[in-house]
Ligand binder design. Structure first.
Ligand SMILES: CC(C)(COP(=O)(O)OP(=O)(O)OC[C@H]1O[C@@H](n2cnc3c(N)ncnc32)[C@H](O)[C@@H]1OP(=O)(O)O)[C@@H](O)C(=O)NCCC(=O)NCCS
Length: 169
């Protein structure tokens, strides 16, 4: 029998409980103390820029994007990105990132920032932020603060603290 195909679609409000369980299983309670969570507490993620992966009726992966500012510049924070362990290393994580970046670009966004592993995200166009150029509101390894320009040169003159879009208004 052939394997059922994987679909990626925008997150809906009905996905919230399953995503929360996935995050709990993946990251444990320690996730709530992470610096990126402070930002996500200050602004809801954007459903139309967040995506879930499914096999049949089973949700097997999720990526979320949240509106932030870096200094005065508008940007999006990517994360959490999670794929259910049995479905990893099949390109689902990369497909979720690709879809989210494409949708963000289509909606006119220019910058996406995240805290994560450069060897993984580098293949999706993320580069290390020069130390101090974009500062998370808490302790993070500066080598893990990465940015992706959705239009060429979008990060050139950008610097400052990363904070939720709500606070920036
Ligand atoms: C990270 C994660 C989302 C990747 O999902 P995935 O669907 O397995 O990713 P893909 O299939 O697109 O890519 C898999 C490849 O990335 C590599 N990879 C996975 N995590 C990596 C990491 N942290 N650093 C470097 N490479 C990594 C795998 O070894 C694999 O390599 P291969 O293609 O040479 O075999 C998944 O492993 C996961 O949910 N991990 C736990 C949560 C997590 O760490 N999220 C990221 C937080 S920053």
């Amino acid at each position: 029998m052939s394997e059922p195909s994987i679909t990626i679609r925008p997150e809906t409000v009905d996905d919230a409980a399953a995503i929360e369980r996935l995050h709990e299983r993946t990251f444990g309670p320690g996730r709530l103390a992470k610096t990126a969570y402070r930002i996500r507490e200050g602004a809801e993620h954007r459903l139309e820029l967040s995506f879930t992966a499914h096999i049949g009726t089973l949700m097997i992966g999720s990526v979320r994007l949240t509106a932030v500012r870096i200094g005065e510049a508008k940007a999006l924070l990517l994360g959490p990105l999670t794929v259910e362990p049995p479905f990893r290393a099949r390109g689902i994580g990369r497909a979720l990132i690709t879809r989210a970046l494409a949708e963000a670009k289509a909606q006119g966004h220019q910058l996406v920032v995240l805290v994560g592993d450069e060897p993984y995200y580098g293949t999706s166009g993320f580069k290390r932020v020069p130390k101090g150029r974009a500062v998370m509101p808490g302790p993070v390894d500066p080598a893990r603060v990465l940015v992706c320009e959705l239009s060429e040169g979008a990060f050139a003159n950008v610097s400052g603290p990363i904070r939720p879009e709500r606070e920036a208004q």
